[in-house]
Design a protein around this ligand. Structure first.
Ligand code: ATP
Ligand code: MG
Length: 236
């Protein structure tokens, strides 16, 4: 399988066409962005860390029969993936109140929710990723009721699996974002699952180990990403 033309350049990754029509190569960049691309940064090795974390978590989820687009890791910052028809919705699962949720509903920052919340956002930097519900998704033709039901089931299952995974490593899964795509009639998890797309705190110290360090200029972004990778791959 050979990497060919660039299909899409995003803020954190590049997708390349390959000689296999069903596969793409996803290349993780060292760039970091936040607030819909208005804040930008980078550090050496960031792409490799996100590729390694995503590879580990996709493979782990597959052992629980969660379908993902992951095929194999090709190099430090390249992953072979299944080419999907993407559903342009960001699916956010929250266990702990932070950021926009805490602000909108006046919840104490860091308070544990009684039940996980699943939020849907239309993936559009231009519109600022507006929040939608299932009905918006059907009405605007982004997904069918059956697809949304499947997406919410998968998101809940992934949350349960990943919460206990991080728990065993002394980490708290605060929230995370998933993207989904379709292949025939199947819905698969796509994109990445990494410190760019999850909020993870140390359980003892509440130290943030994710992109919030970059968003809010907390420093030691690279050290936190590296430590998170180390704790993820350490034996359970
Ligand atoms: N298996 C897949 N098949 C096709 N497209 C995919 C697949 N997995 C992810 N994508 C898409 O590839 C792109 C990945 O690039 P990246 O995440 O950098 O870009 P972005 O989402 O446009 O920007 P950002 O994430 O910074 O808002 C996204 O548009 C994502 O939806
Ligand atoms: Mg993206």
């Amino acid at each position: 399988m050979n990497r060919k033309d660039l299909l899409y350049e995003g803020k954190a990754k590049r997708l390349f066409i390959t000689d296999d029509v069903n596969s793409l190569v996803q290349v993780f960049k060292d760039e970091l962005t936040a607030f819909h691309g208005t804040k930008r940064g980078r550090f050496d090795g960031k792409g490799a860390i996100c590729n390694a974390v995503s590879t580990y978590l996709f493979q782990y989820l597959e052992t629980y029969h969660v379908a993902t687009h992951f095929v194999k890791k090709l190099s430090d910052n390249e992953m072979q993936i299944r080419r999907l028809e993407m559903i342009p919705i960001e699916v956010v699962v929250r266990n702990v109140a932070t950021a926009s949720l805490a602000k909108t509903y006046d919840l104490e920052e860091g308070s544990t929710l009684k039940y996980p919340i699943i939020e849907y956002r239309l993936k559009s930097d231009r519109l600022g990723d507006p929040m939608i519900n299932e009905h918006h998704a059907y009405a605007m033709g982004y997904a069918t009721p059956e697809e949304m039901k499947m997406i919410s089931r998968i998101a809940s299952k992934v949350n349960a699996i990943m919460k206990s995974f991080f728990d065993r490593r002394g980490l708290m899964l605060v929230d995370f974002k998933l993207e989904f795509g379709k292949q025939d009639r199947n819905i698969l998890i796509a994109d990445e699952i990494s410190p760019d797309t999850c909020r993870v705190w140390d359980r003892k110290t509440n130290k943030k180990m994710d992109k919030d360090r970059f968003r809010y200029d907390m420093g030691k972004v690279d050290k936190a990403y590296r430590e998170l990778l180390g704790r993820i791959v350490s034996a359970a």
